[in-house]
Design a binder for this molecule. Structure first.
Ligand code: HAM
Length: 421
């Protein structure tokens, strides 16, 4: 019987990997402009980390974690997100003792047992960034600007929308929760069984429930913005001011809540047209208590994560063009053997080079074309005798004869011309 991949877990095929590489390269380039360094945590962590970090009443923890007992009897979980893992690593290695400001990014797979659909998978990839040790609003503005820069450079400005909200803090959120609980109590017949329970313990989660009747129930729910304390209101105003100064266009959305429990003050989401219902390409916000909840110092942070599959879906064809030279030989063992020195010379000069020995001339040409090579170097009996090569431009099908000795010079200059087109 044929064995297939697990539902919601996808292979990334060679034809797509160019786009993935482009996204990763762009991320590394932009994030390094902001002074971020890479931290690579493991994929598997103690379950306790996510129970404490994400919040035990979130959908992620209640329904979506890949948790199992390992052979030593410990409960472990495939990471559903990176924030808790990065913070665990920061605490474990005392990174804040070495430098009180940490700017860290990670790229890699996450696991959530969700119902798969377009843009929603069980294994998916995130680009994650965390900035710790700066509490001021301009740190928030700069971090949001970094997310915006990445989204814009991949998707273009027109296609995206950045929405920002403040969820308040330990001081002002209790009053909001109380008001929300009162409101939900008056409409509890509309709530799902999870939300009937959560409305008393964690009413903000009800605002994030995906069940249609719950969405209906919270349509006119009270908003946090009216109840923000002075500190939070001031912080929020300055974040918006900072974003303006950085040239980031965003909209305030007082209804924006996030699916994870750790946020305080600034939260945001970037959505893109063309993705259907799973249209959030990135989300994040500030968390002033998460580090201490995980056993670290009382230091705040802010971060975000992009869903890479959603970015890839929007990228269209890879923008980077293939380069290199395909070596095509007359199918004769002595000529094929003679071609090896040429192949090796081209590769040693850093030129992408392939050949397909043992196949017909036509099959070799077809492979050169399919693999996107702009040039072919053709070696036949005549070329070997006269110490020449035929170079074919695959786009125009025009051919020139060159001296075998001049191959590096000629190929390099033809490839440089193609790049400039
Ligand atoms: P999140 O909103 O849960 O936040 O996920 C961030 C992004 O990951 C989403 O906007 C979406 O693009 C993508 N994503 C989430 N679940 C799936 C899925 N099942 N399939 C495909 N893509 C998905 C976080 O994870 C936070 N840790 C972000 C953060 C970092 N906040 C502060 N620092």
């Amino acid at each position: 019987m044929e064995i297939k991949a697990i539902r919601g877990m996808n292979d990334i095929l060679p034809e797509e990997s160019g786009r993935w590489r482009l996204l990763e390269d762009t991320t590394r380039r932009i994030f390094s402009l902001y002074g971020f360094a890479e931290l690579r945590p493991p994929l598997l962590e103690r379950t306790e980390l996510f129970l404490r970090g994400i919040g035990d009443e979130t959908d992620v923890v209640e329904k979506q974690m890949y948790t199992f007992t390992d052979k030593g009897g410990d409960s472990v979980t495939l990471r559903p997100e990176a924030t808790a893992c990065v913070l665990r690593a920061v605490i474990e290695h005392g990174l804040l003792g070495k430098d009180p400001v940490q700017k860290l990014y990670s790229i890699g797979p996450m696991f959530r047992y969700e119902r798969p659909q377009k843009g929603r998978y069980r294994q998916f990839h995130q680009i994650n960034a965390e900035r710790l040790g700066e509490d001021g609003p301009l740190a928030d503005a700069e971090t949001l600007a970094m997310a915006y820069d990445l989204a814009r450079s991949i998707l273009g400005r027109e296609a995206l929308l950045m929405e920002v909200n403040s969820l308040g803090c330990k001081e002002c959120r209790p009053a909001f929760k109380a008001e929300l609980e009162g409101f939900l109590a008056s409409r509890q017949e509309l709530l799902c069984s999870d939300c009937r329970r959560r409305m008393h313990t964690n009413p903000l989660r009800v605002l994030d429930c995906k069940v249609e009747s719950c969405r209906e129930a919270v349509r006119n729910a009270p908003l946090m913005d009216r109840l923000l304390c002075n500190g939070c209101r001031d912080h929020h105003g300055k974040v918006l001011e900072g974003l303006g100064a950085l040239g980031v266009s965003c909209e305030e959305n007082p209804r924006l809540v996030r699916g994870l429990d750790y946020y305080t003050r600034t939260t945001f989401e970037i959505t893109a047209a063309g993705l259907g219902s799973q249209n959030a390409v990135a989300g994040g916000g500030r968390y002033d208590d998460l580090l201490s909840v995980l056993g670290g110092p009382q230091v705040g942070g802010i971060g975000f994560a992009f869903g890479m599959e959603r970015m890839i879906m929007l990228m269209g064809e890879a923008r980077h063009r293939e380069t290199g030279c395909f070596v095509v030989t007359q199918p004769r063992p002595d000529i094929e053997l003679a071609s090896l020195a040429l192949i090796s010379e081209l590769r040693s000069a850093g030129i992408r080079t392939e050949a397909s020995p043992g196949r017909s001339f036509k099959a070799q040409m077809r492979r050169a074309d399919r693999s996107g090579y702009p040039l072919c170097a053709i070696l036949g009996e005549d070329e070997v005798k006269t110490a020449t090569l035929t170079i074919r431009d695959m786009r125009t099908a025009s051919q020139i004869k060159i001296n075998r000795a001049a191959v590096l010079e000629e190929v390099t200059s033809l490839l440089a011309d193609r790049k400039g087109e």
